[in-house]
Structure formats: C-alpha cells, structure tokens
Design a protein around this ligand. Sequence first.
Ligand code: HEM
Length: 260
Amino acid sequence: MVEQLNAVVGDDVVLGLGLSLLKHLGLMVPAMKSAPDFSWQGLDIPQTPSALCVWVRGADAGVVALRTRKIVQQLAGAFELIDELDGFLHRNGRDVTGYEDGTENPVGEAADKAAFVSVGPFAKSSFMAIQCWQHDMEAFEALPLSARNHVIGRDLDTNEELDDAPARAHVKRTEQDSFSPPQFVLRRSMAWQAATKMGLMFVAFGASFDAFEAQMYRMTGSADGIRDALFDISRPLTSAYYWCPALDNNRLVLDGMLSD
Ligand code: HEM
C-alpha cells in the first residue's frame, strides 16, 4: 500500500494520510489525531474523517482531471473514492465573495516555521486541516457593502483592515498575532463550485493542529462567547485532519515511524 502511495507522489500532488490509514499501516505520528467536534451551541460542524486526501493541483483543468483519473486507477484495490470536488483559483486568490484570501499568511522562513515540523523524525512533514465551507450567497448578496465588509473585517475594494470592524468580524476572531502565544498557520484555501453551490475549500497547514484549533474555537465562540460573523453567510460541510509526510526523491519519508 505504501508503494501505491509512492506511485502517485509528485510536485502536483498533496498527499494527506488520515488517522485510520496511519493505524492501518502501523505508523506512529504522535501529534496526529481526528478533527475534534467543533459543533457549539446550535452550530453543527460535521466530522468527516477519511483514510486519504489527494489534492491534485495544476493550472490546466484538463491536465488535473486526467492526472486525477490516473491516480484513482493507481490507488484502486487499496482505496475507494468517497468524495471529490473541483477547486479553482478565483481572481488571483479571492474567495467567491470577492474578498482577498491569504493576505496575512506568513511568508519565507515564517511560513516554513508555521507549516512544517522543524526538527526530529517528523521534520518537513505537515499537519493539514481541511474544511469545505458552503456559502449562502443569497444571504451574502442581500447585505449592503458595509455589512459585508464587517463580516470579514476588511474593505472589499482596497483589502484594508477596517478600524471599526466589530469583534465578531472574521479577521478580528482569527488575528494570528492576537493569541498568546501567536498562532500562525499557512492557508492555501481554494474557491469551489458544483452546479449552483459554491464556497471555500479551507486548507491550513501547521507544524501541529494547535494554531488551527485555537482559531476555530474562537470562530465558533466556544473560546469566549463571540461567534465569527462568517457563520452568518457560510458553514462548514466537512472537517477533517491529515498528516502530510515529508518527501525525499519523490518518496514518502516514513522511516522510523513504524510502531512496535
Ligand atoms: C468560509 C470560510 C472562510 C472564508 C471565506 C475566509 C476568508 C478570509 C479572508 C477574506 C481573510 C482576510 C485576508 C487574509 O488575511 O487572508 C481571512 C483571514 C484569516 N482567516 Fe479566514 N476564511 C474562512 C475560514 C477560515 C477558517 C475556518 C479559519 C481557521 C480556523 C480561518 C483563518 C483565518 C486566519 C488565521 C486569517 C488571518 C487573520 C490575521 O492574522 O489577520 N479562516 N479569511
């Protein structure tokens, strides 16, 4: 099964191994776990674990489609495809609501520090949190521009952070520097659309799941009673955690992780 996984590794693929697969392979990754139940006071956030997440990336939708088809064939017999979704880059990285996403992502060394384990046997591996958010575009479009800006906490046109944004504005809730200690992740979310439904496939990479969870508990309101205004116009349909092993020469680095 590891050889099947190695066969699909490539620069255009992000491979996330779920907890059930790690257990099946007898691999011990101590910081790995299932996504907790983030549901809180009327918010239903489904837990949707799976054995494997394969994210095929590329600029040409046809190339991605054919590569995906090949991967499904390569993994057949060991894995069953249970869900699939096409993402796309919208206006250079904007959410379909029009807001720029990723502005406050760490860059350079700070990005490496946030996204990857830095030392030890798990160095250069990463913990990936994924949630598929579906927007209520009607509810969003019914809001006047000032109210939309207050949902995010930034100006739609200039992307400036708003001084008068309410405490429940999304960027107020998730401001990475406002945590003690600061809680940084590297976000690589993408817009998605399927017939009339659309939203954001939220993807965050971390050296652990701690920063993502701190942000999520603030967003739901379970940390301090203030719920993120994003929930007025969107909701997560899925919530799952994966571990992305380091790669060496296009092979997964799994040495020394076998449990007794
Ligand atoms: C519908 C889903 C979401 C949408 C549309 C969305 C959109 C945005 C936008 C437009 C920004 C401002 C620009 C930027 O710095 O990237 C932002 C910031 C941010 N979001 Fe989200 N987001 C969503 C879900 C989430 C989730 C689930 C988390 C983590 C639990 C999260 C964490 C963050 C963080 C950490 C920032 C940067 C805050 C800062 O340090 O200023 N977002 N998001």
